[in-house]
Design a protein around this ligand. Structure first.
Ligand code: B16
Ligand code: MG
Length: 228
């Protein structure tokens, strides 16, 4: 009998009902603005860091990013000084994202969000950023989301699954009914730790734990969710 030849699957996969999206690197490329603002801050203090180092900041919270940057520069600061520096960097960053337009939305995003929304999937944002509101508003993406969970609502950063578990809970679905779209290794790990499926946006060789990896949302259709 054919069934006997198949590897038993102890946890049959449920159908996907909800989609949780990371923001930076999945829907928009705000990493360029983070980089410019952090670089300006480092230069003000008296050192520099590379674009390759900046890769390590993707998906990482503001305070953790600052700690990493200060370590690269071999600089020590008190907590009060760090708060001041993070606020300064954020003011430069906000200045830039306030000028964002819908033209900066990554290729295929609007078509894919429209398609899955029309197919009946529920959508939530799951971002580390405390500036998600302004970005979604400026890029005209806010209306796609039933729930928004961002850095203002969580206490634990990715790879902790808190941001995605909260999204699933607010949407009213079990974690295994959700799929996460993520560009960062820590974000994919957060999805997996939360018992969710993960679609990696980027390189297969980097996002090794993702169930599927594509270069962007322009490579996906609603059919891909049915086949997950
Ligand atoms: P903010 P994501 C993350 O966004 C960025 O990738 C990361 O570089 C940034 O430090 C973090 O948000 C916090 O952003 O300073 O605006 O609160 O990828 O989780 O959407
Ligand atoms: Mg990201």
């Amino acid at each position: 009998m054919q069934e006997e030849l198949q590897t038993p699957n102890p946890e049959p996969k449920t159908q996907i009902k909800a989609c949780l999206f990371d923001l930076d690197g999945v829907l928009v490329d705000t990493a360029v603005y983070h980089y410019q603002a952090w670089k300006r801050l480092a230069n003000t203090i008296g050192f520099d860091f590379t674009e390759a180092q900046n890769e390590q900041l993707k998906g990482v919270s503001r305070v953790e990013s600052l700690n990493k940057i200060l370590a690269w520069g071999g600089v020590e600061k008190t907590d009060a000084e760090k708060e001041e520096l993070a606020t300064l960097k954020n003011s430069w960053y906000v200045e830039m994202i306030t000028k964002m337009t819908p033209a900066e939305v990554l290729p295929g995003t609007v078509d894919f969000l429209t398609e899955i929304h029309q197919a009946g999937y529920k959508l939530a944002l799951g971002s580390a950023s405390k500036n998600s509101g302004i970005i979604l508003e400026k890029t005209n993406l806010a209306h796609f989301f039933d729930e928004i969970v961002d850095g203002n609502m969580v206490t634990k950063s990715k790879p902790d699954p808190e941001v995605f578990l909260k999204g699933a809970e607010l949407l009213g679905f079990k974690p295994n009914e959700c799929v996460v779209f993520e560009d960062a290794v820590a974000g994919v790990e957060a999805a997996k730790r939360g018992d969710m499926r993960a679609i990696g946006i980027g390189e297969k060789s980097i996002l090794t734990d993702a169930d599927v990896v594509v270069s962007g949302l322009d490579k996906l259709t609603v059919k891909d969710l049915e086949n997950l």
